[in-house]
Design a protein around this ligand. Structure first.
Ligand code: ZN
Ligand code: ZN
Ligand code: ZN
Length: 183
């Protein structure tokens, strides 16, 4: 049952990444959820943190810190890189954004709030990354780690491959971070 739910979530996310849609609504949702979560925790979603969150959510592909810095620079004065890294750290710490080590990039969490162990299906061709949360995977990792006396720090699994569009040969090939809805 959990697997079926994860599967449909992933399907929807792949569709969102590939099809034109009202992406402004995705960004608005992400900001509204972030405000609610920060409010509950007494954390401050400063204008910079909020702006960085919006820029991570430029599309449904992971974005590098450098891309975000460049976007901020085009909107006016270029902030210090450290400011952006700190904002990203804050967003990751509160689970609003996940960091993908394999791409050295960041992607917005579609269902933040409450810790969850995520698996990411990353398309090698179009750069789409889809988050799934299969509790069975997380449990298997926890079990194996415990058996070996290993303390899990970051239980995120990154799986590379081809998304449905790219498997069909219909995928676009923008680089990671490009907004498929911007064209
Ligand atoms: Zn969207
Ligand atoms: Zn997540
Ligand atoms: Zn793809």
């Amino acid at each position: 049952m959990d697997r079926a739910r994860s599967g449909s979530d992933a399907g929807r996310a792949f569709a969102l990444a590939a099809e034109p849609h009202d992406h402004a609504a995705c960004v608005d949702d992400a900001v509204a959820r972030a405000e609610a979560i920060c409010g509950e925790r007494g954390a401050r979603l400063t204008p910079m943190r909020r702006r960085v969150l919006e820029l991570v959510w430029t599309g449904h592909r992971p974005r590098g810190a450098y891309d975000i810095l460049e976007d901020l620079a085009t909107g006016g004065k270029k902030p210090a890189p450290l400011t952006v890294y700190r904002a990203l750290d804050f967003l990751v710490e509160h689970g609003l954004v996940h960091r993908l080590e394999s791409l050295n990039a960041f992607i917005g969490c579609p269902h933040p709030g409450g810790g969850h162990a995520s698996q990411f299906l990353v398309c090698e061709r179009c750069g789409t990354a889809t988050e799934v949360n299969d509790p069975g995977v997380a449990a298997a990792i926890a079990r194996s780690a415990e058996a070996l006396g290993f303390e899990v720090g970051r239980p995120i699994v990154e799986v590379s491959g081809l998304c449905p569009k790219c498997r069909d040969g219909k995928g676009s090939t923008p680089g990671p971070g490009l907004d498929p809805t911007a064209a």
